[in-house]
Write a protein that binds this ligand. Structure first.
Ligand SMILES: Nc1ncnc2c1ncn2[C@@H]1O[C@H](COP(=O)(O)OP(=O)(O)OP(=O)(O)O)[C@@H](O)[C@H]1O
Ligand code: SF4
Ligand SMILES: [Mg+2]
Length: 398
């Protein structure tokens, strides 16, 4: 390998790899392959699957069921208003969340976690897809139809500083939603609010105080209390502890867990901190560039991560057991732009296991173990028998 004076060793190495890849493509199995036609075919297949799934009834066990959800932000429009370029912030995401459970959503910055949460709450209008909340598809609900459901779905934001109005007292902040949504009779509002404050570890004399008089942890408790005043079923927590010290993080996480046990909340917990997600979640969804690349229950995702991206993310989590030696997988390059995602598998530009097929054909998102989904060419892609039927056949053979 020759290195020009102006390029670093890494740049020269990358160039070598690119040339080798181009050579392989010229001569390999995909030499005369039409990527654009393949992308079109994939899009049509996805639309066909979404259409078929549209007919299915919602899962009665799931409080939240998201099917083929997309949120594209238009970046460039023609004079006639036609969208020419869009940013695919959430791109065909599907999952189910049972009542009383916590689903952790992880992924690098910009992968679409917040957009997913906000689209589920209908703070953003979905581009396509279905959102079943408690059995109703709310994806196309108008704001007036959403209003009665607003109390049932709440969000807690990352930044407790900017999400509280500075000129209201804690009592005023917490009483407001109770009044607006007529949760209890007027005469009982104060005692109701004080009870919620106590549940969230806030002393009763905080009632008369202002947000600037509190620490970050206490402010986040106020935000949690505000979300709870309307007695929601689903709480979306968007990086609720990222802005806090580690010791305070643990207190807030334990508070959320305690509230879930006593009040049966269902959480969608967004975070880029895998240790926190591991602690609080029942199920985990891993996102990359707007797509869900792996989904499953916490134990199978941590003990048997299937997707190379999940493997790389988890290799960075410190293991408390000194006998377990984890090899850290460092991903090369930056996350590409969701406005112009790589062809084929969106992760192929950074994947340590990428094969030739990966840069041409997108892998199918499939269930490989009961409830454990992944999208990767390392695993069989064919439309084989559904997992439940396979399991049945295995049991019968035995
Ligand atoms: N209102 C918007 N208009 C246009 N693009 C947006 C908008 N909101 C988000 N995006 C883009 O969508 C992509 C996903 O953003 P999002 O905030 O959902 O990521 P994230 O995973 O929450 O990141 P972080 O971990 O940094 O919070 C990003 O490329 C972002 O620039
Ligand atoms: S499909 Fe290919 S590039 Fe994508 S994650 Fe799997 S091995 Fe890596
Ligand atoms: Mg975010």
């Amino acid at each position: 390998m020759s290195i020009k004076k102006t390029e670093s060793y890494e740049e020269a190495l990358e160039k070598e790899e690119r040339i080798a890849e181009e050579e392989r493509t010229k001569t390999g199995e995909f030499a005369s392959f039409d990527d654009a036609a393949e992308a079109e075919k994939e899009e049509a297949l996805r639309a066909e699957r979404a259409k078929a799934d549209e007919q299915l009834p919602p899962d009665p066990e799931a409080l939240l069921e998201v099917r083929h959800l997309k949120k594209y932000f238009p970046l460039k429009k023609s004079l006639g208003g036609k969208v020419l370029v869009s940013l695919r912030a959430v791109d065909d995401v599907s999952f189910k969340l049972k009542a009383g459970e916590t689903l952790g959503i992880v992924g690098e910055s910009g992968c679409g976690k917040t957009t997913l949460g906000r689209t589920i709450l209908k703070l953003y209008e979905p581009t396509e897809g279905q959102i079943f909340f408690d059995g109703q598809d709310i994806a196309n609900y108008k704001p007036s139809k959403m209003r009665p459901l607003r109390t049932q779905m709440q969000i807690i934001f990352q930044d407790p500083y900017s999400s509280l109005p500075p000129r209201s007292t804690v009592g005023g902040i917490l009483s407001e939603p109770v009044k607006v949504h007529k949760i209890v009779p007027k005469s009982e509002i104060k005692s109701y609010v004080l009870k919620i404050m106590e549940q969230c570890g806030l002393r009763d004399y905080y009632y008369e105080r202002y947000p600037h008089e509190f620490s970050g942890g206490q402010r986040q408790r106020i935000c949690i209390a505000r979300a709870l005043t309307v007695n929601p079923k689903l709480v979306i927590c968007d990086e609720p502890v990222s802005a806090l010290d580690v010791s305070i993080q643990a207190q807030i996480i334990n508070l959320l867990k305690k509230l879930q046990m006593t009040m049966g909340f269902t959480y969608l917990f967004i975070s880029h901190d895998l240790s926190v997600v591991k602690h609080i979640s029942d199920r985990i969804g891993v996102m990359y560039l707007g797509s869900m690349v792996e989904f499953g229950d916490k134990d199978s995702i941590f003990s048997n991560p299937l997707h190379p991206y999940t493997q790389a993310l988890f290799s960075a989590v410190p293991n408390p057991n000194p006998d377990v030696k984890m090899k850290r997988i460092v991903l090369k390059g930056d996350i590409p732009s969701p406005a112009n995602p790589p062809k084929g598998c969106k992760f192929h530009t950074r994947c340590p296991k990428a094969m030739e097929i990966c840069s041409h054909i997108a892998p199918v998102y499939k269930e490989y173990e009961p409830g454990h989904f992944a999208a990767c060419h390392c695993y069989p892609q064919g439309e084989d028998t559904p997992v439940a039927e396979r399991m049945e056949a295995v049991t019968m053979e035995e």
